[in-house]
Design a binder for this molecule. Sequence first.
Ligand SMILES: NC(=O)c1ccc[n+]([C@@H]2O[C@H](COP(=O)([O-])OP(=O)(O)OC[C@H]3O[C@@H](n4cnc5c(N)ncnc54)[C@H](OP(=O)(O)O)[C@@H]3O)[C@@H](O)[C@H]2O)c1
Length: 237
Amino acid sequence: MKTKYFIITGSSKGIGAELSKQLLKENHHVFCISRTENKEILNIAIENNYRYDFVSIDLSNIPDVIKMTDQIFNKIREDDSELICLVNNAAVVTPIGTIDKCNLDEIVATVHTNMLSPILLTSRLLDATREWKTSKTIINISSGSGKYPAEGMSVYCSTKAAIDMFTKCISLEQKTKENPINIYSVDPGMVDTAMQETARNAEHDFQLKYFFVEAKNEGNLKKPSDVAKKIIKNYIK
Ligand SMILES: NC(=O)c1ccc[n+]([C@@H]2O[C@H](COP(=O)([O-])OP(=O)(O)OC[C@H]3O[C@@H](n4cnc5c(N)ncnc54)[C@H](OP(=O)(O)O)[C@@H]3O)[C@@H](O)[C@H]2O)c1
């Protein structure tokens, strides 16, 4: 039986961790990518003898990202693969604050992590598998913040808007291909994760912060496990 390969960025916590956990199963090979390893995922893989690789990387470090793409794609063979699915999920919401007060290094790191890394990973996947008959899917985790401007969140909102536009462009490019990839931009809604906590607890007093606090207090945040389940059901065939 052939293998379904999954490459999931931001796998250590939140939505990415839940996606990774739910995708670990027989005939799947899951590559988890983040700075820290989620030990629960490691243990599930060991106990069940599932195919799992953890790649420790800082996605804001672009030379490392370029090296990593070779490391991963060298491990995937066409004759063994039924599906290759890349989930560009890793992201950071900081810096939060008006742009004049944002730290420049933090702006660079966020643009690299949220926007440039997904673009590079997509480019490399499409190049490495150009002639392959294997099914290919890319899921870019987007956000409502890519559509609705928010004071104090300009860097995050801009990177998410860029991901939406990037997805639309690649969709157009793929239309003329013999074996086109399926590429989606998915807004998960508001989810109870560390990212929400960061936004709620931000020092900067911005309008959306109170909306996030209220959503948490009123129990309106979604569970990461439910969000992951829905993404798998709707986008991974
Ligand atoms: N939570 C929400 O309400 C919400 C709403 C809309 C959209 N989203 C989107 O959903 C996705 C997942 O968010 P989440 O809420 O699950 O976030 P989260 O719980 O904060 O998790 C973020 C993940 O990204 C990884 N990551 C962050 N910076 C990284 C870096 N420089 N290098 C490598 N990995 C990095 C983290 O791993 P390490 O720290 O171990 O590196 C972690 O695994 C994001 O794209 C986010 O924009 C979330």
